[in-house]
Design a protein around this ligand. Sequence first.
Ligand code: ASP
Length: 318
Amino acid sequence: MSNFTLAIHGGAGTILKSMLTPDLELKYRQGLQDALDAGYKILEQDGTAMDAIVAAVSSLEDNELFNAGRGAVFTKKGVNEMDAAIMDGSNLAAGAVAGVRNIKNPVVLAREVMLHSGHVMLSGNGAKEFALNRGIAQAPDDYFFTKYRYDQWIEIRDSDFYQLDHKEDNLKGMAHEEKKFGTVGAVACDKYGHLAGATSTGGMTNKRYGRIGDSPVIGSGTYANDATCAISCTGHGEYFLRAVVAYDVSCLMEYKGLSLHEACEIVVKDKLVKIGGEGGLIAVDAKGNYDLCFNSEGMYRGVRTSQGINTVAIYKDH
Ligand code: ASP
């Protein structure tokens, strides 16, 4: 029996204390804690890492503060298109959906793809048809409408900018590569020593029709392998895709014998930085060790372990 651990994130980026009112900060912290508790309860009751991450990510998807599920950002066409992926470290099974609309919990659909489609990734209308056939919960457009995200989009919809989530208020002079990210994810190690990871996102505000980020791409934004680690990423997806971030952490452990912490540090704080990729990731290994690693100003994050750790944090220091 191993130690068990659940780690979550709610996006990385330029998250400064000055940007959040005390009330909003409390709400974010509560949202993270609720997701941790939802997943941890399952691990505590002898459940699997897979079930725990689905519970944790679903909780974040249901919370409109986070850029996934209900709180998904708007595309250039003013709609919500979501990506999600899930991976089971015990058998390397994986499922993903890209560019899906009106799916209440994209992570649940990704798991369904993994278990029942015979494929790894479904996109757009094909994913939607599969969801309907499998009885996956749908939600109308107005379920995904949040004033905050809508206003974010209105400000830039006539430009060619696309923008990552967690932005400062003032967009004037904003560079194409604004340093704000959204997305949610969870990784877990259960008492049986099995790992699982999942990521879910609305992507980037004003993203092009059909743009797909790193989150649903196995090996880039999401990965799990009992022999090494489970990883869920958040950041500017184009860079995470090119750096094949999640699998790179796993490879450094598998082929170079690095620890989880060493591998995360090299990928996030050296390799990604060198190509200009900002963001972070959460990671666990099969001994229940964890790492919450980012090269941005902040990352919404939390971890709860059978060793008694139970903490959420937003900024660099806490
Ligand atoms: N990685 C996500 C994407 O590029 C965005 C994020 O993490 O905020 O779609």
